[in-house]
Design a protein around this ligand. Structure first.
Ligand code: AMP
Length: 460
């Protein structure tokens, strides 16, 4: 296969080349250079390509290339193992397709309310990205039709099988036309994947690329912004990316308080964490972030060391660190275990020089993008799913997590899945309860007794 890594060598429409340029991609990654020429001819493709290889743009361009926007039926279907991945894929497809007028991409995943998804399908999207279980449900309800699908993508097929999605995948594939293009991406190729591929693909081309081993599987975005526009831009980005959990790193302590003030003003559930706080207050903030009562933590580097959340959905650099290793360390807190993560960096003109060593350290160009700071008030601000109750008793009172759980599910009448993480400290305990149940839980804990004793309880 003769290869060039210039996107212009591909038979892509000017609109898609504009999409590529808008994303800041200058050269093709190996999976793109090896896969796209074959893929654009309409052949099936099996690719062994890990997250971080640029696989999304590879299948995304293949899929968008084949679509007919004038045809109002669903022509592209992308199956993903998780909501996070589906969201990322959806975002990238929309960006690649921004210059194609009236193209609709819908992301449909489990764990989200069904009603709005059913409503969104009244007009069929051109492209559907989603998790197999939910898509199966929507197809069974006849809300989603797959009989015009011309490109089917299985993204991270190995993980989908690990998660037990084989049966819904088979059912969904069975609803698509036999004459279609099928693209399968997987980091590993166990026999189960080979069998699946043999059943649903026709003479696929095969491509293997090595993962950029030392590069984190993190989508990195850089934005140049005037210092006084940073918080409105941060708010706009949080509304766009909607991470379930996010740490905003500040270089200076006083920035953490200021940023939290602005974010709270916009309606976000944000908390500050820095070294000047009392240990007890720091513990409390860490507890509330880890138990999902707060989805944005604004922290200094040192204070964030206490954070034992393994897998942040996003990391923000409110300011670029002067040391590139600090940057790598910060963004390494997202995208763990091969899951995609997002790193957003806000960079004022006088910080631009700090980007150079970061670029050199990673050995590839950084992507600079444009985004509009939020103007006016925020709407549709993501809320945290849980609320924390603090009980003024702990290990020294012989309180154990089971006692708290028992009091809530017994007398207070909560279901076990409405009670989240329980942390017991020497003299205090914290329990996360589903937001909607918090008033009920608080009232009952105050009236009732835990282990036959009455303790003070507060809602944080
Ligand atoms: P993926 O493997 O699809 O998760 O992509 C990993 C990251 O690489 C994403 O942040 C992409 O936006 C980015 N990316 C994909 N293709 C290119 C390219 N040709 N040049 C630069 N970055 C890219």
């Amino acid at each position: 296969m003769s290869q060039t890594d210039d996107f212009a060598s591909l038979p892509l429409s000017p609109a898609l080349l504009q999409g590529v340029a808008a994303l800041g991609y200058e050269r093709m990654t190996p999976i793109q250079a090896q896969g796209l020429p074959t893929l654009l001819q309409g052949r099936d493709l099996i690719a062994q390509a890990p997250t971080g290889s640029g696989k999304t743009a590879a299948f995304g361009l293949g899929l968008l290339h084949k679509l007919d926007p004038a045809d109002g039926r669903t022509q592209g279907l992308v199956l993903c193992p998780t909501r996070e991945l589906a969201d990322q894929v959806g975002r990238q497809l929309r960006k690649l397709a921004f210059a194609i007028p009236n193209l609709k991409v819908s992301v449909l995943c489990g764990g989200m309310p069904l009603g709005p998804q059913l409503a969104s399908l009244e007009h069929a999207p051109h492209v559907v990205v989603g998790t197999p279980g939910r898509l199966q449900e929507l197809v069974r309800k006849q809300a989603l039709r797959l009989d015009a699908v011309s490109v089917l993508v299985l993204d991270e097929a190995d993980r989908m099988l690990d998660m037990g999605f084989e049966e819904p995948i088979r059912e969904l594939v069975g609803k698509t036309p036999r004459k279609r293009q099928t693209l399968l991406f997987s980091a590993t190729f166990p026999d189960a994947i080979r069998t699946l591929a043999a059943k649903m693909m026709r003479e696929p081309a095969e491509v293997t690329v090595e993962g950029a081993a030392d590069q984190p599987a993190v989508e990195q975005h850089f934005y140049e912004v005037e210092p006084d526009r940073k918080t409105p831009l941060l708010a706009a980005l949080l509304l766009e990316f909607r991470p379930d959990s996010c740490v905003v790193f500040c270089n200076m302590r006083r920035d953490t308080e200021e940023v939290v003030g602005s974010l709270n003003h916009y309606g976000f559930a944000a908390l500050a964490l820095h070294g000047d706080m009392e240990q007890r207050d720091r513990d409390e903030v860490l507890v509330r972030f880890a138990n999902r009562s707060c989805n944005v933590l604004v922290a200094s580097d040192v204070a964030a060391r206490g954070l034992d959340v393994q897998d942040l959905a996003a990391v923000v650099n409110y300011e670029l660190p002067t040391d590139p290793d600090v940057y790598i360390h910060r963004i390494g807190r997202t995208g763990r275990a091969g899951r995609g993560g997002v790193a957003l960096s806000l960079c004022s003109p006088r910080e631009i020089a700090r980007a150079q060593p970061i670029e050199e350290r990673q050995g590839r160009p950084l992507r600079w993008e444009r985004a509009a700071p939020l103007a006016g008030r925020a709407s549709n601000v993501p809320t945290a799913p849980m609320t924390t109750l603090r009980i003024d008793a702990g290990r020294t009172d012989k309180l154990r997590p089971g006692d708290v759980l028992g009091a809530l599910t017994g007398d207070a009448g909560l279901k076990a899945d409405q009670v989240g993480k329980i942390d017991v400290f020497p003299t205090r305990s914290y329990v996360a309860v589903a937001r909607a149940q918090a008033p009920q839980a608080l009232a009952r804990l105050r009236e009732g007794k835990i282990k036959g004793r009455k303790f003070r309880v507060h809602k944080l």
